[in-house]
Design a protein around this ligand. Structure first.
Ligand SMILES: [Mg+2]
Length: 274
């Protein structure tokens, strides 16, 4: 028996879906669940109903031990490097490279080195301005993190962006861990370089494995969420992968797709009342 989750509380939408697929449903606190033996293609239903719909994956949510999120365009609303570049009047130039890297068209590490070099000479205060004036936690993000804490699940953010932002974000919303690239600063200016090894797709996956080992949970008990091509490697090591308003390669790969609602629709999967 397959269970399909309709991530809405709108009964009108639930009835439309029931009419379309000929399957009965039951109402849960935050969503509807359809049980069926049929193979139903949910992609066209999502588009027709403008709502998130997912199969309940074969993942034991009661045993989830770790949640790792990408930062830029997943846990938060912006690509930090594009916004920093805006202060050098280079946003358009940098954003084109960021977009191509996230689509998987460019080598991530090389593209990051190229973009960071363009930031040379910027005053460090722009980092604070980006954080304070432009960075917002995406819808449902804080609620999701609060919920995961009640489930004793460790939480982390990992980013091919910068530790200045992951550290502040982790502090502000109560994440247990964070990892990202460190911008080198001299005389209160960005030097256009990052310190040490770059946090690329492989390093993101290694971070997931490292945190699993630290907390003695199997990678099969880890949930990862992201939107870009550099999230695919960590998705491959985790037991469950989630695409959040993601690039096509990620959409195609992930077990769960969020394209309409907020991050907290993840809570629907933990429902224990069945
Ligand atoms: Mg991202």
């Amino acid at each position: 028996m397959n269970i399909i989750i309709l991530h809405t509380q709108d009964l009108v939408i639930a009835n439309k879906m029931a009419d379309a697929v000929g399957v009965r449903f039951e109402s849960q606190a935050s969503h509807f669940r359809f049980s069926t033996d049929k193979e139903i293609d949910i992609a066209p239903l999502r588009e027709a109903l403008d709502v998130d719909i997912n199969y309940l994956p074969a993942f034991d949510f009661s045993k989830a031990g770790l949640f790792v999120s990408d930062m830029d365009s997943t846990l938060i609303n912006i690509e930090c490097i594009d916004e920093i570049a805006d202060f050098a009047n280079l946003k358009a130039q940098v954003a084109v490279i960021t977009e191509r890297a996230m689509q998987g068209e460019l080598d991530f590490s090389a593209s990051l080195i190229e973009r960071v070099a363009l930031l040379q000479g910027l005053n460090v205060e722009v980092l604070d301005r980006v954080y304070a004036e432009r960075l917002k936690v995406n819808k449902g993000g804080k609620a999701l993190i609060q919920f995961l804490k009640t489930q004793q699940i460790k939480t982390a953010v990992v980013s091919g962006g910068f530790s200045y932002f992951t550290q502040r974000l982790a502090q502000d919303i109560g994440l247990d861990y964070n990892r990202a690239n460190t911008l080198v600063i001299e005389d209160n200016q960005l030097t256009g370089k990052v310190k040490g090894d770059i946090v690329n797709a492989t390093a993101k996956a290694e971070f997931v494995v490292e945190l699993c080992a630290k907390h003695q949970v199997s990678p099969h008990q880890a949930i990862v969420i992201g939107d870009g091509a550099n999230d695919l490697e960590m998705m491959a090591v985790a037991g469950l992968s989630v695409a959040y308003y993601a690039k096509p390669a990620v959409l195609e790969y992930a077990d769960i797709v969020i394209n309409y609602g907020g991050l907290d629709i993840m809570v629907d999967f933990f429902n224990k009342s069945l």
